[in-house]
Unconditional design. Structure first.
Length: 202
């Protein structure tokens, strides 16, 4: 059993115990209207062979992993709905702990839900890997936008599904904190929220 599946199994077992208690109620799954990507957004192509090599959904044959991501999707949707949140960030103390893989597969799993659309933004400005692991081919990314070399609509891509939007990046920055706090970054987030108001931002 994988680490993620083991953790989710523990959460699920606690939920089953709570459901047997008097007056216990299970929250209904949130119902939303997924965004329709505006026509001015770009389209990125991807390489399924690269996705399979990197264990990226849907190119994953491991049934245990598929179940784990579906469980994670359900738990996250319930928590977001309960808190009226539309965004989530994945972080870790150090590199190599799997936040890129988890971010990508969580975004894909969310996009597979018929009531959900998602926008995945690669905000790791020191070691950007989302585009590489997904096998994405694109012209401009977040780095070009932050440097003033592209407009917001030029770095927001549909990716194989109208429910999956990606803002990729390949450039690295020494002063990543300052770039993330910049006026251009805030403007990009504002544009994403205005064009994709119902999407979950990762």
């Amino acid at each position: 059993m994988s680490v993620i599946e083991n953790a989710l199994a523990k959460v699920a077992s606690r939920g089953k115990r709570a459901a047997t208690e008097p007056n216990a109620r299970r929250a209904p799954p949130p119902q939303t209207v997924p965004d329709v990507p505006p026509p001015e957004l770009q389209t990125a192509t991807f390489n399924p062979a690269v996705q399979e090599l990197n264990c990226i959904l849907p190119q994953v044959a491991d049934r245990a992993a598929l179940r784990a991501y579906k469980m994670l999707r359900t738990r996250l949707l319930q928590r977001l709905a309960a808190k009226s949140w539309r965004s989530v960030a994945l972080t870790s103390m150090q590199s190599g702990e799997g936040k890129t893989l988890t971010s990508i597969n969580l975004a894909v799993a969310l996009s597979q839900d018929p009531n959900t659309s998602v926008c995945l933004v690669d905000l790791d400005l020191q070691r950007p890997q989302v585009a590489a692991q997904m096998g994405l081919r694109f012209e401009r990314g977040l780095g070009e936008y932050l440097l003033g070399e592209a407009e917001p609509e030029q770095v927001i891509y549909t990716c194989g599904s109208p429910s999956l939007i990606v803002v990729p990046n390949t450039r690295t920055f020494d002063h990543s904190s300052e770039m993330l706090a910049s006026a251009r970054m805030h403007e990009l987030l504002r544009v994403i929220e205005s064009k994709l108001p119902n999407s979950i931002l990762i």
